[in-house]
Write a protein that binds this ligand. Sequence first.
Ligand code: ATP
Ligand code: MG
Length: 401
Amino acid sequence: MEKLLYDHIVVRYGELSTKGKNRKEFTKKLTENIRKRLLDHPSLTYKTLHDGLFIELHGEDYEVIREELKDVFGFSYFSGSIRTSTDIEEITKTALYLAQNREAKTFKIAARRSDKTYPMHSDEINRHVASAILKNTDLKVDVHDPDLMIYIVINRNEAFISDEKVRGMGGYPTGVNGRALLMLSGGIDSPVAGWYTMKRGLKIEAIHFASEPYTSAQAKEKVITLARKLSVYQNDVIIHMIPFTDLQLAIYKNCDHAYAITIMRRMMYRIADTIARNRKLIAITNGESLGQVASQTPESLSVIGEVSKTLILRPLCMLDKLEIIDVAKKIDTYETSILPFQDCCTIFDPTNSVIKPKEDKCLEQERRFNYQELVDRCVENDEMVRVSYRDEEVKENESIF
Ligand code: ATP
Ligand code: MG
């Protein structure tokens, strides 16, 4: 099929349009996120109108941009398009050009006027354009299941003609709802949780609890790789690397082993809660899924979540492992997640873990040692790393903090 000469991309807001007062903020954030994702195409120019964003290509490669746009949350679809004047004959000529360049037997025209003062109704435009195509090609009209759809959008001063509609990822522009702290292990679940969190408009920072020397440097590398993969959706990700070993060893020494994992997870939440507040992050998010392991029974989740004042989001709570794996594959984190290097939870043996922990028992055991001091030290020793899919190497402690 011949490569068509689109000169514009029309991005349709979809769900955003219903957002009333917040709309302006949403469209601003969306434009900002799209610009960042398309940074490698400096010639592009952007124009925001009521129901869509119009990007002029200026000769940039649409095939590449099309793939990159699929990484941006917050709109329902986009179309590579050709701009014309609002003159019906020019619109018709362009639609005919598209029809003549596609291998199709049947077609349908779908016109929309965002300018209601336009002298023809949508139906009249459809009929006018269709009759020119019928006259000049062998194509037939099929309104139910056409091979070729031609979309016409008429604004006040210009029109856009397209023969495609590419699904966007939906959701909300990342960052429009604030920022959240993602508990990022090296496993399958937490990167997927991060993806869902960004999809709902929250920009993420990540926190990783590292247990060197019980876990290897490769485990950390794995987390960095995962964060970098997630950065595609929001440009960059800050990771808080927390040295967690001393606290884990203290738990191991002082607490009943059946409660070790429960208490360890309460400590993770205490640390995450403090960092979230220090960084003004609105929520903590993670890969917990109801019932998946002993520490994720409803009783466990209650007793563990109890220690955090910060809102806890669990985007995977109601998903099956296989559903989670499907998303992990789709977002390309799966292959990294299944690499063998273990994260910190493996210091403790989960087989004897209590399934229905009691809060008073946790509190009693936590009184046996000065955990607060150890928690504070973890927070103090937070090592921040910023990663981006754009960087060749990891940049440590960059000035953006
Ligand atoms: P995952 O596949 O994401 O590792 P999991 O099924 O192995 O999850 P757990 O190990 O119980 O489950 O962890 C539940 C959640 O707690 C993880 O999804 C992650 O969000 C968080 N978590 C676990 N270990 C760590 C860690 N070392 N650093 C940061 N977060 C962690
Ligand atoms: Mg895990």
